[in-house]
Design a protein around this ligand. Structure first.
Ligand code: 2RA
Length: 357
């Protein structure tokens, strides 16, 4: 199947990652034509996509109607404005923003976890699929694998989120603050346009705004999205989201309680068998692996897998396990997951049926 694909928000960090994946190494559906959309200031820029020139267009409904599927890597406001109009015309939209993630009629999908929710009957009614938050995606892959075997009772997660989660401005802010530290010895801890306090040589327990119950927006997203994807509306889950001065790759420290007996060895076996996950531990280098002991965010940068390390039992809970997850927040945490969702809909016939409708 050859598809006309649109990337909306094509010049942002997620849009550019989607472009790179489709241009370089994606082995699923074939791209017949790539269309790229961004704000007026970027319109006219030219990219080389597999030896053809693609010119960035300003976001415009008529042009987007020519696509078979669109990946929205923009703010929720843009998604809210354009996606309902495209959906009405039967164009498949994969939304990376939070605009539709908890909408009851919109599947929130990590293909390895709940690809089964993507039936044509469901998508035909409202052809919108949401891609989860960049911390939720790796987390639910691990939780799903382990819930299937050990029956999950509760989860506690702390995130270590890189600045690219806040887009290009986040990356620029860390770069400028770091330079300022070395060049001017400036150690003030003032706010920037992006973060409420200085991020260079610092960490902050704050990703996005604070809600009435004291959780941040990010924490609330992780909790609500995990419950929706795992279809466990009452799962006890605590999240603390922390911004750290790394550029790409989100880490997560996770402690879990299960109903069934667990051992670290059994957990490793189960995780190693789950599509998209890789276990890296003390034995990894012995097996001539490219990693040893554990994986860090910088090592995960540019990789498609979600890595799990430091797997051990804990006596905090009766059947307790603690572990460390890390993945590229721009690839599996964002662009790659959305592209895999499109691929799933291409393979199961949904896109071709939408086109014929
Ligand atoms: C962040 N999760 O890391 C957000 C991006 N969606 O800021």
């Amino acid at each position: 199947l050859e598809l006309t694909i649109g990337i909306v928000g094509a010049t942002g960090v997620v849009g550019q990652t989607a472009f790179d994946i489709l241009a370089d190494d994606f082995s699923g559906f074939k791209v017949k034509k790539l269309k790229m959309y961004a704000s007026r200031s970027s319109a006219g820029k030219v990219f080389n996509f597999r030896n053809t020139k693609v010119t960035i267009e300003e976001i415009q409904l008529d042009s987007m109607l020519e696509c078979d599927a669109l990946l929205f890597a923009t703010d929720a406001a843009i998604s809210q404005e354009y996606i309902p109009k495209l959906a009405e015309k039967g164009i498949l939209c994969i939304d990376k923003s939070s605009a539709f993630r908890v909408h009851p009629d919109v599947p929130l999908v990590v293909p390895e976890v709940n690809g089964h929710t993507l039936s044509y009957e469901k998508i035909a009614k409202f052809p919108v699929i949401a891609s989860p938050n960049c911390c939720t995606i790796p987390l639910v892959m691990v939780l799903k694998a382990l819930d299937n075997e050990f029956s999950l009772k509760r989860a506690i997660v702390s995130t270590y989120q890189s600045v690219s989660g806040a887009g290009k401005p986040g990356v620029e802010t860390l770069t400028e603050e770091t330079q300022n530290f070395f060049v001017n010895q400036d150690l003030t801890c003032g706010k920037s346009d992006v973060f409420p306090k200085s991020i260079a040589f610092n960490v902050m327990p704050y990703v996005a705004g604070i809600l009435e119950n004291g959780d941040t927006d990010e924490e609330a997203k992780i909790i609500a999205e995990t419950r929706k994807i795992l279809e466990k509306v009452n799962l006890p889950l605590a999240a603390t989201s922390v911004r750290v001065p790394t550029f790409v790759g989100h880490g997560e420290s996770v402690t879990l309680e299960f109903k069934n007996k667990v051992t670290a060895k059994h957990v490793k076996e189960i995780l190693a068998k789950f599509a998209g996950l890789r276990v890296i531990d003390e034995s990894s280098k012995l097996e001539e692996d490219d990693f040893e002991l554990f994986v860090t965010p910088r090592e995960a940068h540019g990789k498609d897998e979600v890595y799990v390390s430091r797997i051990r039992t804990t006596d905090v809970f009766e059947n307790g396990i603690s572990l460390w997850i890390v993945s590229d927040n721009l690839r599996k945490g964002a662009a790659l997951n959305a592209i895999q969702v499109i691929n799933h809909c291409a393979l199961n016939g949904t896109i071709i049926s939408l086109k014929r409708k």
